[in-house]
Design a protein around this ligand. Structure first.
Ligand SMILES: Cc1cc2nc3c(=O)[nH]c(=O)nc-3n(C[C@H](O)[C@H](O)[C@H](O)COP(=O)(O)O)c2cc1C
Length: 162
């Protein structure tokens, strides 16, 4: 039994890939967050639709079946949408309580992290945030799955929650 849970939301697969890597390395459990109504499969349409990714703007997410009380350590990974953490991750942090848990956070982006770490801090007021990771992928169309952050940086960040 593990006391570590990796929770992620990924729109195009980058956060998912890192979440699976971290899960395997830490021997952790994995939880994928999903919107109740899937976003459009048209990338540009979603970019246009979420231009206002305000912390107060909500999206409905699917209910979580995982018992969060079983885990003392939580790893959060999401994509960055318009300089903030994804609305799916935001909604999860508003609806579920991670108080008093040790947490490390990451946000995948194409070079513009914006206020993602501030978002995490705002929505996790009672958690012990032990590490933050800026996960940069290529901004080039056709290469958006190319990771620019080194594996070593990911491994160092993971050490903070071991
Ligand atoms: C709606 C939307 C908004 C985005 N906003 C940003 C942004 O503000 N800064 C940035 O660097 N990348 C932005 N991106 C690019 C993604 O954050 C980046 O491609 C990330 O690696 C995707 O992670 P994922 O594959 O887990 O969804 C945006 C992408 C989408 C779809």
């Amino acid at each position: 039994m593990t006391d570590t849970l990796v929770i992620y939301y990924s729109f195009t697969g980058n956060s998912k890939k890192v979440a699976n890597y971290v899960k395997d390395k830490l021997g952790a459990d994995l939880l994928e967050l999903e919107p109740k109504i899937p976003f459009s499969t048209d990338y540009d349409e979603v970019v246009a639709e979420w231009q206002n990714n305000d912390i107060k703007r909500d999206v409905e997410i699917k209910d979580i079946q995982t018992d969060l009380s079983k885990y003392q350590k939580v790893v959060l990974i999401t994509c960055t949408w318009w300089y903030g953490i994804s609305p799916v991750m935001k909604k999860f942090l508003k609806d579920y309580d991670l108080s008093n848990k040790d947490v490390i956070v990451a946000s995948c982006n194409a070079g513009w992290l914006g206020h993602c770490f501030e978002d995490y801090r705002t929505l996790l007021p009672n958690s012990n945030i032990k590490g933050e990771l800026n996960l940069v992928f290529s901004e080039k169309e056709g290469e958006r799955d190319k990771m620019l952050t080194s594996q070593k940086e990911i491994d160092c960040w993971m050490e903070k929650i071991k």
